[in-house]
Design a protein around this ligand. Sequence first.
Ligand code: OGA
Ligand code: MN
Length: 267
Amino acid sequence: MQMSGGGGPGMLRGPGAAGAGSRGRSREQPGRSSREQGAEQGAAGAEQQGAGAEQQGAGRAMRRGLRCGAAAASASSGLQLWLRLQAGGAAVLRGFVGAGEEALLAGEVEPQLRRRPYQDRHWDGAIHKYRETEKLHWSKESQEILQRVRDVAFPPQVPQLAQVHVLDLDKTGYIKPHIDSVKFCGCTIAGLSLLSSSVMRLVSEQNPQDWLDLLLERRSLYILRGPARYEFTHEILKDEESFFDGQKVPRERRISIICRNLPLPSS
Ligand code: OGA
Ligand code: MN
């Protein structure tokens, strides 16, 4: 990922816009089951793969895909912020699925999505122009892809939600800053971005001047864990605001496929 010189005012809106209104959006999903059969299979190998992938992700982060800001707006402070979030388990893995796999997944969710119209506004106010579903049953091929996601993204032995959240954002759709409810979602959020690239902005709740933009390329996987999960709001920028490093990132219809885990009873 390429670092650019902090929060250039010409390209990015100030982080002050974040955090208003929609924090702590609830991800309550009645009827979700908390176990995924076989999720722990090959956990040791998966862990290694995860660590490798994260390292790879970190390497890539240096080259491409990240734009950050901080009060001082210096590249090094932005980089340090991203390194801190990565150390806490956040990652963006480009090209996590291939074009064929993207088509397979998108095709598989389409019939369920198509049944409903795009909604203007989510009940919690965070998501606009979207439709969504929770999907439990997948083809064998898709299950294999999802297992790859789970292996890379989730710590071993953490019970995961069996249902996968599928969110379909219209070209004009967007997601306002929020933090997924800690009551209903555990330590890790892992999302595959299909059909369109987009810009995800992370803004520190405590220090809104600490923020960064992540380029979520089509077919990439992002992982929010640690501070990126709990201390930063995340949002998906609307088409008009979808710029990265001075370049337009056109927002087309975007489908995200999101795996989550449940909070541990103690947390
Ligand atoms: C959410 C969310 C991000 C995405 O549904 O809570 O933040 O990638 N989605 O669609
Ligand atoms: Mn969210």
